[in-house]
Write a protein that binds this ligand. Structure first.
Ligand SMILES: [Zn+2]
Length: 307
C-alpha cells in the first residue's frame, strides 16, 4: 500500500493567514528552520490505479496538482481518485469536497451522522449530487469493517472505531443531540495486501488502554500532533480553548501522547495535523529534538510511505 502525505498541518495551515506567532512570523521572514505545510491530507493506494483520499482538506486542489499520480491519466475528464473516506465533519477535513464538485463520480464513505450534517444541513454539498451518477454516499458504522472499493481496482480493507463524541462547532447543540454521538470522530486502520496496517487519526481526544491495544497491532501510525502543550493557543492568542477542549491530546506533558504512546514498539510513529503554533515544527528546537529522540517523526508535505 502506498501512502502519500499531501498535507501535514492542522486547520489554517502553516503559516496561517491571520497568525503572526513566532513560527508563522519567522517562516514568512525566511528565518524559520522548518517547512511550510498545507492542511492535513493523506491519500492511499493498493494497486497503483485507484487512490483513496482520507478526508478532503481545504487545500485539496493544490495538493492534487502537486502530486502527479493523482492527475487524470486518460483523455478528457477522469481521475485516479477512487473515493473519499471522512473521519469527521471538521471543516479542515471536509471543505475539500467542494473542490471535487466537477461532476466526477466517486464514493464518499462516512458515518450516517456526518452524511446527514453535510447533506441535510449544508446545502452547498448538494453540488456533489447535481447530476445522476455523480457522488455516491456510503454509510459506514462507527465501529466496524468495510472495503474502500470504488468502481475499479483493488479495494483497501479498513476498520474504523469511534474516538469521540464531539461534533464540529458549526453543528448546533440541538442538532448534535439528535445525532449518534459515536459517529462524530473516527480512527481508521487500513490494511495492505501484505497484511500490514496503518492507523490514521489526525484528531485524538485521549488515549485509553483499548486504543493502545489496537495501535500495538499496527505498522504505521499517523497520529494527532496538533498541539505541543494543552494551553498552547491560549498562550499565543491570550485567550481561547485548551487542546483538550478542542479534542486534541497534546504531544507533551504527563497526559501527552509522547508519554502515553511511549510503550508502543511496533509501529513507525509519525505526527500529522500539526498546528502552526506547535514548537516542534522548528527543526532546531528542543521540542523537535525531544520528539525525534522518542522515536517519532514529524510529517512533511510530499512524503511517500510504503506498507
Ligand atoms: Zn502561527
Amino acid at each position: 500500500m502506498l501512502i502519500k502525505i499531501l498535507g501535514s498541518a492542522a486547520g489554517g495551515g502553516f503559516p496561517q493567514w491571520n497568525c503572526n506567532c513566532r513560527n508563522c512570523r519567522s517562516l514568512r521572514d525566511g528565518t524559520f528552520k522548518g517547512k511550510p505545510r498545507t492542511q492535513t491530507q493523506v491519500a492511499i493506494c493498493q494497486d497503483n490505479r485507484a487512490w483513496f483520499l482520507l478526508n478532503a482538506s481545504p487545500d485539496l486542489r493544490t495538493q492534487i496538482e502537486a502530486t502527479p499520480v493523482l492527475h487524470p491519466r486518460n483523455h478528457g475528464r477522469n481521475s485516479p481518485i477512487g473515493g473519499v473516506l471522512l473521519t469527521s465533519g471538521d471543516i479542515d477535513q471536509i471543505a475539500g469536497l467542494l473542490s471535487l464538485r466537477e461532476l466526477q463520480p466517486f464514493p464518499i464513505y462516512c458515518t450516517p451522522s456526518i452524511r446527514r450534517i453535510l447533506q441535510e444541513d449544508n446545502s452547498m454539498f448538494a453540488m456533489l449530487n447535481r447530476v445522476p451518477g455523480q457522488v455516491s454516499w456510503t454509510d459506514i458504522s462507527c465501529d466496524g469493517s468495510f472495503c474502500l472499493q470504488g468502481d475499479r481496482g483493488v479495494g483497501i480493507d479498513c476498520r474504523v472505531f469511534s474516538l469521540g463524541s464531539r461534533f464540529p462547532a458549526y453543528v448546533s447543540p440541538d442538532r448534535s443531540l439528535a445525532l449518534k454521538q459515536e459517529d462524530a470522530l473516527l480512527g481508521v486502520i487500513a490494511s495492505s495486501s501484505a497484511d500490514r496496517h496503518m492507523a490514521y487519526m489526525p484528531a485524538v481526544p485521549d488515549v485509553d488502554d483499548s486504543l493502545l491495544e489496537q495501535l500495538e497491532e499496527t505498522d504505521l501510525l499517523l497520529f494527532d500532533g496538533t498541539f505541543w502543550s494543552d494551553d498552547e493557543l491560549i498562550r499565543v492568542q491570550g485567550s481561547g480553548s485548551t487542546a483538550g477542549e478542542m479534542g486534541h491530546i497534546p504531544v507533551s506533558g504527563a497526559e501527552g501522547s509522547l508519554r502515553k504512546l511511549a510503550g508502543l514498539r511496533r509501529p513507525r510513529k509519525v505526527f500529522v495535523h500539526i498546528n502552526n503554533t506547535n514548537p516542534m515544527l522548528d527543526e532546531t528546537g528542543t521540542e523537535y529534538a525531544q520528539v525525534r529522540a522518542a522515536g517519532w517523526e514529524v510529517a512533511e508535505d510530499g512524503w511517500s510511505l510504503d506498507l
